[in-house]
Design a protein around this ligand. Structure first.
Ligand SMILES: Nc1ncnc2c1ncn2[C@@H]1O[C@H](COP(=O)(O)OP(=O)(O)OP(=O)(O)O)[C@@H](O)[C@H]1O
Length: 272
């Protein structure tokens, strides 16, 4: 359903995204994981149309997403950000924000009924419709952001560190909600995260990025159980747990081969 082929994005001399390809199937869930600066967010922003690739192809259901028709593009792919405070207008109550999105995309539909349905789908009470974003908890605000994304009935939702700012118990609730919504509505997820726990909880497929490149991709269960790339092993070893050895992780990081054995790593400041 979403196909990404040979995406490249440079910022000056920096290759932020270097020949990235993957496919996300209908109702699938794919995680892009990697440390800060690996190019995850840039990849996501290109896919939703917030950024333009230098080269490469994106197709949704076999056709490139419309570049000029932003509304139609938004109906295919929606994005949920880490901080709903930045994407929700602080002066607009939840119900009105959802109505605004519905009016824009579906001028002829029955909005009050749909607003009620959306609130229910994300586990918010009907009484929350009158609340302003600041009158909600972080988890509730993220539920509103998810409801607003669902309002346009997208095929794909790109979630950029969407649970990163939440307490672990709230994180788990949101991940459960997302899993239920995927089963119920058949929406597909592209999950951008640095957290392998999130990848394990919510994705079937995973793509590991380092320095703009894909170093490993495949089924999440297989890759987390038996990573074949040293960088993936390092990411797994970097998760603190009982008996964890940070000095060993640091040594493994120093020993990690560069992504570009031929030496073109000079194009990325972190590639040492
Ligand atoms: N608008 C920009 N101008 C210049 N460089 C940029 C821009 N956006 C991103 N970069 C650089 O591109 C590289 C990839 O950044 P990107 O944000 O995609 O990585 P990331 O894996 O999402 O990291 P993080 O988790 O910290 O957001 C980084 O070196 C970053 O500094």
């Amino acid at each position: 359903m979403l196909e990404v082929n040979n995406l490249v994005k440079r910022y000056g001399g920096l290759l932020a995204v270097d020949d990235v390809s993957f496919a996300l199937e209908e109702a699938g869930s794919l995680g892009i994981v990697g440390e800060s600066g690996s190019g995850k967010t840039t990849t996501a922003r290109i896919i939703v149309g917030l950024e333009r690739a230098d080269s490469g192809r994106i197709a949704v259901d076999g056709a490139p997403p419309p570049r000029r028709d932003r509304l139609r593009r938004a109906r295919q792919i929606q994005m949920v950000f880490q901080d709903p405070y930045l994407s929700l207008d602080p002066r607009v109550p939840v119900g009105a924000a959802l109505r605004e999105t519905l009016r824009l995309h579906f001028p002829d539909s029955d909005h009050p009924a749909r607003v009620a349905e959306l609130l229910e789908q994300v586990g918010l009470g009907q009484d929350q419709a009158a609340r302003l974003p600041r009158q909600l908890s972080g988890g509730q605000r993220q539920r509103v952001a998810i409801a607003r994304a669902l309002a346009v009935r997208p095929s794909v939702i790109v979630l950029d560190e969407a649970v990163a700012g939440l307490d672990v118990s709230v994180q788990a609730q949101i991940l459960n909600l997302l899993a239920d919504l995927r089963a119920e509505l058949g929406v597909a997820y592209l999950f951008i995260t640095h957290d392998l726990g999130v990848v394990r909880a919510i994705t079937d497929q995973v793509l590991v990025m380092r320095h703009g490149r894909v170093v490993e991709q495949g089924g999440t269960a297989r890759i987390l159980a038996a990573p074949s790339h040293p960088y993936t092993r390092l990411l797994l070893d970097s998760v603190p747990r009982p008996g964890w050895d940070p000095a060993g992780v640091a040594a493994a990081r120093r020993a990690l081969p560069s992504t570009h054995p031929e030496g073109s790593d000079a194009s990325h400041p972190d590639r040492t």
